[in-house]
Design a protein around this ligand. Sequence first.
Ligand SMILES: Cc1cc2nc3c(=O)[nH]c(=O)nc-3n(C[C@H](O)[C@H](O)[C@H](O)COP(=O)(O)OP(=O)(O)OC[C@H]3O[C@@H](n4cnc5c(N)ncnc54)[C@H](O)[C@@H]3O)c2cc1C
Length: 172
Amino acid sequence: MQHFGSFDYVIAGAGSAGCLLANRLSRDPDSRVLLLEAGGSDDWFWIDVPVGYLYTIANPRTDWCYRTEPDPYLAGRSIHYARGRVLGGSSSINAMIYMRGQREDWDHWAALGNRGWSWDDVLPIFRSLEDYRAAPRRATARAARCASRTRACAGISSMPGARRPPSAASRR
Ligand SMILES: Cc1cc2nc3c(=O)[nH]c(=O)nc-3n(C[C@H](O)[C@H](O)[C@H](O)COP(=O)(O)OP(=O)(O)OC[C@H]3O[C@@H](n4cnc5c(N)ncnc54)[C@H](O)[C@@H]3O)c2cc1C
């Protein structure tokens, strides 16, 4: 058996949560942190590309390749259930979309007594994690037109309550 020494913290899983935790804990130079990962290196072209999930999902190099139980609501089918098995975990095989959740949900959780959970509390944290650069006005308008065409193709514009995408400024 290989001996790695002794540690103050041992973290199982170098996914989104494990990497963040290891980063924060190892800021203390007096703490020894061991981060264990079952999967391999994340040094692979398709991990850095948003559409790379076409190659990383259902690939045993990066995915645990789980399957769901057969589901009566899916006509008895069992479907693939992607979970990252690689450095970075599922964040290495995800779609790279920043998802903040709904303002109303965060404020509801805060109202239930969870201090620091309100939208105003979490928004600066989301922004600190995101790599967002404001697009020039013309590019933003073009993106909005593309998005509305995409919605129309998907039939979303006919749904009650469907709204225009928020401008980059209102999202910030
Ligand atoms: C296909 C896909 C697309 C997604 N798209 C988006 C998106 O666009 N935007 C977004 O915000 N979220 C997205 N998500 C969700 C997001 O990636 C996950 O919610 C997030 O990465 C989960 O983080 P986690 O730390 O809980 O788990 P993970 O990141 O999955 O990390 C768990 C880690 O633990 C390791 N592990 C498990 N068991 C052991 C063990 N016994 N010993 C050692 N290591 C172990 C795993 O290999 C893995 O690396 C997506 C998820 C998937 C699967």
